[in-house]
Design a protein around this ligand. Structure first.
Ligand code: HEC
Length: 223
């Protein structure tokens, strides 16, 4: 047993020494390779930037945006009014989640423009529940998110195009949640609950309406 241990410790240490030597050799080469540190200055190029712009007329892998509508929301110069992919339950749920993360801090979860950041003093955005924005084409919302609007910053760098479209679909659902009428229901389909009875003025969408005693509308209550 003692002999065995001696052998093995000898073997290990000489092996360790060998590999250390070998590694030290490699490391030197790797350290000395010619390369630029990210964003470092270089006097090799006339503009002194080591970071080079892409060669004109080339497109980096994965950055070919052939589907213009998907990336701009525009048909020609004007916002289009259709979704570039079908709206499913998953799309709406993704839109709700992204909206609540990125937009609700200012626009509020119901889109009336009364978010927490606004309550702390940021400029109040308009409510989505106005005639003008209810009639705005879908591509318009995409455009506002993509390029920003007045005091509102652009969100393209943070939210990928597909997610921005999911948010667009959810905003339309939010708008319908406050303004749908019997006419929006397909003919022959039963409306499952009675409309809520408001106490006084239902408001403009910028304020929460007060709903009268909950005898008729369990749906509204559980939301
Ligand atoms: C930091 C606060 C803030 C956030 C976050 C924010 N917005 Fe806005 N938004 C604003 C403000 C402020 C305005 C009004 C801008 C103005 O009039 O200068 C506005 C305006 C808008 C408008 C209305 C444009 C019009 O024609 O009146 C839309 C639509 C909109 N935002 C969508 C979004 C969406 C979608 C998101 C999430 C991706 C979002 N916003 C996130 C602050 C915000």
């Amino acid at each position: 047993m003692p002999i065995l241990r001696k052998f093995s410790s000898l073997g290990l240490s000489s092996l360790g020494l060998l590999s250390l030597l070998a590694l030290a050799g490699c490391r030197q080469d790797m350290h000395d390779q010619p390369r630029f540190k990210p964003l470092a200055m270089s006097d090799f190029y006339p503009d002194l930037r080591s970071e080079r712009p892409p060669v004109e007329g080339t497109v980096a892998r994965g950055q070919l945006h052939e589907d213009t509508y998907f990336y701009t929301g525009k048909v020609g110069d004007n916002p289009g009014d259709y979704m570039p992919f079908p709206v499913t339950r998953d799309v709406l749920e993704r839109g709700q989640q992204r909206f609540d993360i990125y937009c609700a801090p200012c626009h509020s979860r119901m889109g009336d423009g009364n978010g927490m950041v606004v309550q702390r003093g940021f400029r109040a955005p308009p409510s989505y529940h106005t005639d003008r924005l209810r009639k705005a084409p879908l591509g318009y919302f995409f455009e506002v998110m993509t390029y920003g609007f007045g005091a509102m910053p652009e969100y393209a760098p943070q939210i990928p195009a597909r997610d921005r479209w999911c948010i667009v679909a959810y905003i339309r659902a939010l708008q319908l949640s406050q303004s749908a009428t019997g006419a929006d229901v397909a003919t022959g389909q039963k409306i499952p609950s009675e409309p809520p009875q408001f106490r006084g003025d239902p408001g403009s969408g910028a304020t929460l309406p007060v709903v009268a005693p909950p005898q008729t509308n369990e749906g509204e209550q559980s939301k």
